[in-house]
Design a protein around this ligand. Sequence first.
Ligand code: 5GP
Length: 191
Amino acid sequence: MKELVAAVREYGIGIGSDIVKVDMFLNHRMDTELYVKIGQAFADEFLQYKPDLVLTVEASGIAGALTTAIACGNIPVVFAKKSPTRNVTGDVYESRVFSFTHGVENHIRVAKQYIPKGSRVLIVDDFLANGEAAEGLCDLCRQADAEVIGIGVCVEKSFQPGHKKLAEAGYRVLALAKVTGIKDGRLLVED
Ligand code: 5GP
């Protein structure tokens, strides 16, 4: 998506060899016009597979999930909650996810009633790195007997294995911007 690629090029910062910071428009300050276009781009790709709901994980996935769900005709957004330890109560699906950015293991969980059996689920997240978050969300869908009809990520770090892992597992994956590397703090971004 050319507008997102342009924003990553203009404002994105590389930290070390593998962290991409896009606080100017995605993760801290949110560019609402850009987020609306992101939602439309995911809807353009995935609406043909008739999603019933959009699933993401708190907190940074929620904005893109919301604009996507609106663009898909006002379907619901369900966001998995994170907790650092196992303190789960009630009737929930739960999966373990290793957080790339924070270096800790989280338990993500969703109340069972919010992913009805047989739902067609579109997963949306802000970043794809090693694929842990997306795999955890797919795992929740598996437990719910729901079908993942696609995975949309705003920014993929193509030098990490997430996209390949998910594609090999048979999922449709769309990344709207692809960072192919980081050199001296500058991002290499695919056209
Ligand atoms: P994965 O689970 O694919 O390894 O990492 C994706 C998750 O970690 C996303 O939910 C995102 O919030 C976070 N993440 C991973 N890498 C980055 C990064 O370079 N920058 C930012 N801002 N978030 C990242």
